[in-house]
Write a protein that binds this ligand. Sequence first.
Ligand code: PXP
Length: 242
Amino acid sequence: MASLGVNIDHIANVRQARLASEPDPVQMAFLAELGGADGITVHLREDRRHIQDRDLKLLRATIKSRLNLEMAATEEMLSIALKIKPEMVTIVPERREEITTEGGLEVSGNKKSLKEIIRKLNSEGIETSLFIDPIQSQIEASREVGAGWIELHTGCYANATWRNKASELAVIQEGVIRARTLGLRVNAGHGLTYQNVEPIASIKEIEELNIGHAIVARSIAIGLVEAVKEMKDLIKNPRLHF
Ligand code: PXP
């Protein structure tokens, strides 16, 4: 069974919308672990639009599961990762204007710099994964630059309609086989939901699924009734009299 890495970036997105102190992704990581998360995933973006440096430090100090840091392949991020020492770094492409990570990493065109970053991370005992599209050239290039892991981008599968769902699933399955043949360990993620996760979870060679948006969205759906009830109760029966 694949383990579950819960991506908590969206919790930080809500906090940053108000520049407030809640909801705190650090506290919510504790709840995600209570729910069974095997790992906590965060993307520290160059523009710090959601996760902050403070979150990363506190998560490192408090979570009991594994910390997976998604980051761009930059000098700044490398030096943060070497200080924080997450269990895993997942290198992702990053464009400032994008809403979320779009395509996978272009590994074949950046072999020299990626090789160097992976070497530095691995020498500090940090497992390194490359977030790539499930295509042969990127999988092979990942092996060549010395990555132990890849995370296959499931976005095309997730966005597929009934017409091409089966063929997009087959692309992921073939990618997994190719990666395993080369000795790479495989994670997957992006766009996975309660409706589409099962076929991906059934690919037994995939070791971890990283899921964020669907879980955070669902937590609002199942938590909202209770949250409104609590507020109504306080309005109706204030616990203190002012
Ligand atoms: N994996 C990677 C590399 C990502 O960048 C993201 C989104 O931050 C995810 C997984 C999770 O995607 P989603 O939020 O669509 O579940």
